[in-house]
Write a protein that binds this ligand. Structure first.
Ligand code: PLP
Length: 488
């Protein structure tokens, strides 16, 4: 493809993307294809000679689009909807066009410098302490691929710090703490690094958040057994119910056990920190005072297209002392002089995408106020759903709503013979089976301790108040049909 052919194909691609957004509302949310559908449609080896791009672009529409689940659909309420803004798409397009692996400052000075600046913008947007700003020269932030990468890196850094301070420690004695509600990223980090992961219990009474006393009891027990607690991954906004671990209590415990580092996974809910009225609920003051690192995924609810996971650390040496390996071919005068950041020492891979561009486009285009408006809109839309559930005789909330997330189930009926928990769970499984058989709405299920429930997460750019009412109508109808048709 030459430049003029690219120009033509590029205009067509943008046209088709716009048409996609215009028609998205009328498409099914979930793809209705069978596993392996694409094998039958695409040859099993690359063509021997090149093909016309026009045909390739047409095949994208014909073969790929039908197999897409539309995460930006107005009726996508599963997992956590992903951010998709036109500014973000354009940022990725420009980024792709410069094909820049940006691993150190000289690889493209603009790439590193923009990231250094926009990460400070983002830290200010969220109200993080200046200790986390790149401008502090001590702490700092960078863009990772995902929250799982951030957790893995925080674990590598905490492990290195622990081993430096305790050279006698055996790796297999190191324990990473999460709760039963922490995203699987904690267990994954431990698995990859060959460390133990202990999932601490949480209760419904505590809204599934980690209490200081639980942490203290387990730390004492493990230390007595010769274990080496070195890291806690605490969460602000768990995946299942949006629970927020009790940071003031954890902060107190962390003071008593100074070798324990704390990483905060605020992958989903972290963006609500942009609204000052939610900072206290998220214990921002405590996080600012004691957390070693914090991760926020802007690619979930934060308007920046996937991938856009941010990681801030209180001390950048925490990362670089664990990850800096500099063979001669990576040495530069600027990094030897210590006048620049080489982000390759802040993450696992060498090369990295120019992701700061899309952050810059989005944050400039929306401004702080536009960003806050968007987050508040998601919370307000969830409140509409909450009110509808609260006024319903069929459904009930299982936990109080968390920002833009509601967790609900068919309420056990007060009349007739009382149902066991097992039976209520089975009824709700049947109910969820009915919802997930539809392709005009998409929700996901979870377990909160032993209670089976269904989650509705608001956040798509296209969702309106009417879509929330529409979703509730579908859910209520399916709940009524489930009650009519379910047999013990
Ligand atoms: N943390 C929480 C609270 C999440 O809800 C999720 C995903 O939904 C993750 C982490 C994982 O995010 P990522 O895909 O960026 O690793």
């Amino acid at each position: 493809m030459d430049i003029e052919q690219f120009r033509k194909a590029g205009y067509q691609a943008i046209d088709r993307i716009c048409d996609h957004f215009y028609s998205l509302r009328n498409k099914p949310v979930q793809a209705s294809v069978e596993p392996g559908y694409l094998r039958a449609l695409i040859p099993d080896a690359a063509p021997q000679t090149g093909e016309e791009f026009e045909n390739i672009a047409d095949d994208y529409q014909k073969l790929i689009v039908p197999g897409l689940t539309h995460w930006t659909h107005p009726s996508f309420f599963a997992y956590f909807p992903t951010a998709c803004t036109f500014e973000g798409i354009l940022g990725d397009l420009y980024s792709s066009s410069v094909a820049n692996p940006g691993f150190n400052w000289t690889a493209s000075p603009a790439c590193t410098e923009l990231e250094v600046i926009v990460l400070d913008w983002a830290a200010k947007l969220l109200g993080l302490s200046p200790a986390f700003y790149n401008a502090s020269g001590v702490g700092g932030g960078c863009i990772q691929v995902t929250a799982s990468d951030s957790a893995l890196i925080a674990t590598v850094a905490a492990r290195s710090a622990y081993q430096r301070d305790h050279p006698d420690a055996r790796m297999e004695d190191l324990v990473l703490y999460t709760t039963t509600q922490t995203h699987s990223l904690g267990a994954k980090a431990a698995l990859v690094l060959g460390l133990q992961c202990k999932m601490l219990p949480v209760t419904k009474e505590d809204r599934f958040s980690l209490r200081g006393e639980t942490l203290r009891t387990h730390l004492d027990e493990d230390i007595k057994a010769g274990k080496r607690p070195f890291l806690l991954i605490a969460t602000v906004g768990t995946t299942s119910s949006g629970a927020i671990d009790n940071m003031p209590e954890i902060r107190q415990v962390a003071k008593e056990y100074p070798t324990l580092r704390v990483h905060v996974d605020a992958a989903w809910a972290g963006v609500v920190l942009s609204c000052p009225e939610h900072r206290e609920t998220c214990f921002l003051d405590d996080i600012n005072e004691f957390a070693d690192s914090i991760c926020v995924n802007f690619h979930k609810w934060g308007l920046v297209n996937f991938d856009a996971s941010t990681l801030w650390v209180r001390d950048r040496k925490y990362l670089t002392e664990a990850l800096d390996i500099t063979p001669i071919f990576l040495r530069t005068a600027q990094s030897t002089a210590g006048t620049v950041i080489d982000y390759r020492n802040w993450h696992l891979s060498l090369g990295r995408r120019f992701r700061s561009l899309k952050f810059w486009f989005v944050l400039r285009s929306y401004g702080v106020e536009g960003f806050q408006r968007y987050i508040r809109q998601g919370i307000e839309q969830n409140q509409i759903f909450v009110k509808l559930v609260e006024n319903s005789s069929v459904l009930e909330l299982v936990t109080p709503p968390s920002f833009a997330l509601s967790v609900f189930r068919i309420a056990p009926r007060p009349e007739g013979k009382p149902l066991t928990l097992e039976a209520i769970n089975s009824l709700n499984r049947f109910f969820f089976g009915r919802i997930s058989a539809r392709n005009d709405i998409y929700l996901t299920q979870t377990m909160l301790n032993d209670v089976y429930c269904i989650r509705l997460a608001v956040g798509s750019m296209l969702t309106t108040a009417e879509d929330i009412q529409g979703a509730f109508d579908i859910i209520k109808k399916e709940a009524e049909l489930a009650l009519e048709n379910w047999k013990i």
